[in-house]
Design a protein around this ligand. Structure first.
Ligand code: SF4
Length: 300
């Protein structure tokens, strides 16, 4: 594998979050793996010092959680400064922040705009669909905060896409979801199916009730494709873009269409490294950055 094609997702606060979504993939099974601590400066520096030298000239750096903004704006200012210092001459770092929007305010918008961040906001459609699973710790819905953040980011000129999880409540409502998201002004969309299991493995494992199966997901995306075809050039949807890319150039821009994956390393707040955001468990741990003063580097 060419190490230059490896991307990095950093979880600066591990699983800590301002929301308690009922389908959250940080379920109880990851409680002992994903810490609730905040990544310290030494770990952050070790992570970037190991990654940037072998990464491509234009490299995405994804900040995700939990809710990454829980780390606080000063931590992000620090992280961006450190990344800039450690980057090779001419190397461009494209910072990506995935957020539920609850902490986004004017100060965050100024910073994100100034540093050229791409921001993804999680919105699952109109309030009655979004709030069915995306909840506050007190049990209320998070739609209002997510919509507020999306609108603020747009108004302040921060490039913003919508990550829409597709679950049992919205999977048969593709038109309603599409109309709502476009009505909000969203033009970059990414639909992802929720597929979680009742237990991690074993013969008794079943799809969790909020999950979607392949047929329902296929029906949803076919309907989205119908709608997308009626808005030529106006909307980007990541699954559709990836398929077109693959048909035209043969390149796989999404891991689910690629013959092999594990090109999107995930680093938890304690510095432990996993081959993918979906494989954060003890058996998949590749090691830890900065452990015992050792550096790390990505090798083929
Ligand atoms: S916002 Fe994301 S990390 Fe937080 S509870 Fe919801 S799904 Fe989990």
């Amino acid at each position: 594998m060419n190490p230059r094609f490896v991307s990095l997702m950093c979880k600066p606060v591990g699983r800590r979050c301002t929301a308690t979504c009922l389908y959250c993939y940080y379920g109880p099974q990851t409680e002992d793996v994903s810490s609730r601590r905040t990544m310290d400066r030494a770990t952050l520096e070790a992570m970037l010092a190991g990654y940037l030298p072998s990464a491509s000239d234009r490299v995405p750096l994804v900040w995700q959680g939990g809710e990454p903004t829980v780390a606080g704006l000063p931590s992000f200012v620090d992280a961006v400064t450190i990344a800039r210092r450690l980057a090779r001459g001419g190397q461009v770092i494209v910072h990506v922040l995935q957020t539920n929007g609850t902490r986004i305010d004017e100060a965050w918008c100024r910073f994100l705009k100034q540093e050229g961040f791409l921001v993804g906001i999680s919105i699952d459609g109109p309030p009655h669909l979004h709030d069915s699973y995306r909840r506050t710790p007190c049990g209320g819905g998070t739609y209002r905060e997510a919509a507020r953040a999306f609108s603020l980011l747009r108004n302040r000129g921060v490039p913003c896409n919508v990550l829409c999880a597709v679950h049992d409540k919205n999977v048969e409502a593709a038109d309603e979801v599409w109309d709502h998201l476009l009505g909000m002004g969203a033009r970059w969309l990414h639909f992802i199916p929720i597929v979680e299991w009742t237990t991690p493995q074993g013969p008794s494992r079943r799809l969790a009730p909020f999950s979607v199966d392949g047929e329902a997901w296929g029906r949803f995306m076919c309907r989205i494709l119908d709608r997308w075809l009626k808005t030529p050039g106006a909307v980007s949807e990541r699954n559709i873009d990836a398929l077109i890319h693959r048909m035209v150039s043969g390149a796989n821009t999404l891991c689910v269409t690629a013959p092999t994956c594990a090109r999107h390393l995930t680093v938890e707040a304690d510095g432990s490294v996993y081959p993918c955001d979906h494989f954060v468990s003890h058996e998949w741990c590749l090691g830890r950055v900065g452990q015992g003063g050792q550096g790390w580097r990505i090798v083929a």
